[in-house]
Write a protein that binds this ligand. Sequence first.
Ligand code: SF4
Ligand code: SF4
Length: 405
Amino acid sequence: MLEGNNNLEQCLKCNLCTLVCPMMEVNPDYPGPKKAGPDGERYRLKDPAFFDYALKYCLNCKRCEVACPSDVHIGDMIQTARILYGSQAKRKGLRGLRDWTLASTDLVGSLASPFAPIVNGTLKLKPVKSVMDSVLAVDKHRTFPKYSAKKFVNWFRRQDQSSFSKFVSYFHGCYVNYNYPALGQAFVKVMNSAGYGVHLLEKEKCCGVALMSNGFADKARRQGEVNLASIRKAVAAGEVVLTTSSTCTFTMRDEYPDVLGLTNGDVRDSLMLSTKWLYEKISAGELKLKFRKNFSKKVIYHTACHMQKMGWQVYSIALLNLIPGVELTVLDQNCCGIAGTFGFKKENYPFSQQIGSKLFEDIRRSATPDAVVSTDCETCKWQIEMSTGMKVLNPIEIIAEALDR
Ligand code: SF4
Ligand code: SF4
């Protein structure tokens, strides 16, 4: 199933990967990409007892893979080894419950959403944070993303899309559905302005990224199968499937086959981030967006690690540059350190903040009182908002705000 990841013989021993690994910089217990990846894999193939539990510190940011001149699947090897030999799902007790809760985004979101004001208020209370810290090992310094009382899918049901003759499908993801419908609403506004109606997938589950990183690979695989079946139906109906989250996109395009062993080659090219699709359509002269003449915004763009791995930050940056009145600063690529649920855990929180400190400093240096940060990843948004106090918007929200409708 996962042997394709074991291209360890391609390693040139150049150590370039170790120079870019954010975890190596802050954690002396982490062996680094070369040792945890191709070097360790050689031993693990002989005997799984060589599995090193320090691999749990890998952020799966894939910066090592971007740097590797020999295309060694370093991050995939580490992820796969964690799933095969060191499953954190086997962790028992309260930390096992914590990992399961953090990974079960659909279930927790559907339970929390109807009681959003109470849940949001409770999660802010210091005594609650202290109990979660000491009992569940969820760090008390972490701010939780707010839940929305109204789910995106309920809002969408009331949107009449019947006047359109061309359609795209939208994979909204659990964050848009349970926490931040505003991003999905912005997506619909942009697509409708571009002359496209929006369909949702027949069935959608969380992409599974949090399940994978917490060791629940079997459940992630089952959810991936549901998503791929729905994506296939949309593609068979002639629609492209668009997203607004770089992490969901990367997971479904690359981690499904490389880490979960799911086949997606038939639909992979039809699944993409909406900024890429929009920019390519605009460049080909197939689509036009009309922007307000009086729009003005200072935007600081942060490239999420998975955007860098896909190489798609160029599309989001180019689109933002198309908006008259946008004054854009593009930051050097630095990891924000949150890595999904990783930064919520008490044992990881200090590493998470240390790793993100370079980025936070860069943002503070570029910030003006009227500036916003923009990024394509929702967990980067949580980390940057919590750590810098800056407002963070997805590029699609900025485009929606600038539209002249
Ligand atoms: S995926 Fe990121 S944290 Fe993991 S080894 Fe590679 S660079 Fe380091
Ligand atoms: S960058 Fe690639 S080739 Fe160089 S040591 Fe790391 S895995 Fe090996």
